[in-house]
Design a protein around this ligand. Structure first.
Ligand SMILES: [Zn+2]
Length: 225
């Protein structure tokens, strides 16, 4: 990337340590390469940081672990009881997973993801009914699924909107931003000027919300917002 800037900018990007270089327009390739080569120890150090963060984010669904819900961090507590599993919010900083004695990682994860999905469904029901009215469009359906690189998608022909399950970890204003974004795709397919002006009309501060949404994403390589 070449931009009208004075200095060479080097960034190591999560999750796999790809390098992004922004250089002054008139800087020669050789000079860029030489400069980068002097920064190799720093690049290696940043990459090591990412791989240790990756280990920390591996989920075990055990007591003491941190998990996010609607933009807030909670401490997980696992309780074993011979009843059907459930997840509850306790106080203002605890998520309690109740599972049967001996429940393995997959069962604990299943309980948590099931709860995440139900919670997001409730939130989306509210947001979709609000914004369908305001914008005056109606998708054929909307559903939740796990996606690797997108917060939401809107089928061109099907008019079916898919929302990423990961959104449940984000603040509600971010979930609302994605809802509006996808609904507007029913009017304008492309991210063109028309789309941007519609976005600004319905959510004047959408740019800040978008930045908030994409802050500190380490688990995915590329997000299209
Ligand atoms: Zn879009």
């Amino acid at each position: 990337m070449r931009k009208p800037i004075k200095n060479l900018h080097l960034a190591v990007l999560p999750p796999d340590g790809k390098i992004r270089v922004s250089s002054p327009v008139n800087m020669k390739d050789d000079a860029i390469r030489t400069l980068i080569s002097t920064r190799i120890p720093w690049i290696k150090k940043q990459r090591r940081k990412f791989s240790s963060q990756e280990r920390q984010t591996a989920r075990g669904y055990v007591t003491g672990e941190s998990h996010y819900f609607l933009g807030k961090r909670y401490r997980l507590e696992v309780v074993y009881k011979n009843e059907s599993s459930k997840v509850i919010l306790k106080g203002n900083n605890k998520i309690v997973i109740q599972v049967r004695p001996g429940a393995k990682l997959e069962k604990r994860e299943e309980a948590m993801l099931g709860w995440y999905r139900e919670s997001l469904k409730l939130i989306l029901d509210g947001l979709f009914s609000k914004w369908q009215k305001k914008i005056g469009v109606m998708p054929k359906a909307y559903s939740i699924k796990k996606m690797k690189t997108r917060w939401g998608t809107c089928g061109r022909e099907s008019r079916h909107i898919w929302m990423n399950l990961e959104l449940v970890k984000k603040p509600i204003n971010c979930i609302e931003y994605v809802t509006v974004h996808e609904l507007l795709h029913l009017i304008e397919k492309k991210h063109n000027e028309n789309f941007v002006s519609l976005m600004t009309k319905f959510q004047p501060n959408w740019r800040e919300t978008k930045d908030e949404l994409n802050r500190l994403i380490l688990a995915y390589e590329k997000w299209n917002y």
